[in-house]
Design a protein around this ligand. Structure first.
Ligand code: PGA
Length: 242
């Protein structure tokens, strides 16, 4: 995993926009996975701009979800589904048949697991943009997680349940998440982990300084044999060298 420091979020967003533009120009039906959370929002905006000015044709691209809070569907503001649909899929006019996203409120979660595993097995993943949790989680792969899992349901770590209130208007009794596992994430042909802002400074440092350990899931990305970049802004990257 190669770390690159950028001046600011806009510079990272420009880089990722260029990478996705180049990918889709070369592979029109690429499979792209963009994480929820606050960090990727400016990238979503950039992709919408690139579509509007005719720079990317998303008509054949397939989008895959990374994670979802168990129990939540589109109607709950703060669900990953609502974030992705409102900020990316709808503005890009992606047909429903090209969206492969967990139904976090399905009473039968195994159905969601099976269909996600089957999709990834059939199509693979060309490009994935990840955020990093304050505890190093990747998607909802929380500290202690296995490094070879496929899609799974997992108990949320206390750091995640503490931080999560920033996404929701009300206190929600959320205890579990559903996520792609590292067995799938590490198959991705081109991975980008993105961190911005001072509050990510410490976990960026730990990720780079530590050997691979399940206690800091972001370090598991060091196992990837495919192109894997860690893009940080000046604030998040203050304690590391690139
Ligand atoms: P954030 O979340 O982008 O909202 O900081 C990152 C994460 O928890 O994966």
């Amino acid at each position: 995993m190669r770390l690159t420091k950028f001046k600011d979020t806009a510079a990272i967003v420009g880089q990722i926009g260029d990478e996705i533009q180049a990918l889709v120009a070369q592979k029109t039906d690429a499979v792209i996975c963009i994480a929820g959370g606050d960090t990727p929002l400016p990238v979503m905006k950039r992709l919408v701009d690139l579509k509007r000015n005719g720079s990317i044709d998303f008509s054949k691209v397939q989008f895959l979800g990374l994670d979802e809070w168990v129990g939540l569907g589109y109607d709950t503001k703060g669900s990953t589904r609502q974030t992705l649909y409102d900020n990316l899929y709808h503005p890009l006019a992606i047909p429903e048949a090209h969206i492969h996203f967990f139904q976090g409120d399905n009473a039968n979660l195994q159905e969601e697991i099976d269909k996600t595993d089957a999709f990834v097995e059939q199509y693979g993943i060309d490009y994935m943009l990840l955020g990093i949790g304050m505890n190093g989680h990747i998607g909802f792969n929380e500290p202690g997680v296995g490094d070879d899992l496929m899609t799974h349901v997992i108990d949320l770590d206390t750091v995640t349940t503490t931080v999560m209130s920033k996404y929701f208007d009300d206190d929600l009794p959320l205890t579990q998440g559903m996520t792609l596992g590292f067995g799938q994430i590490l198959q991705t042909k081109h991975l980008v982990l993105m961190a911005t802002g001072e509050k990510k400074r410490e976990i960026v440092k730990q990720t780079m300084a530590s050997d691979m350990t399940r206690q800091i899931p972001s370090t598991i990305l060091k196992k990837s044999v495919n192109e894997t970049n860690f893009y940080v802004d000046a604030a998040a990257g203050e304690l590391v060298e690139d």
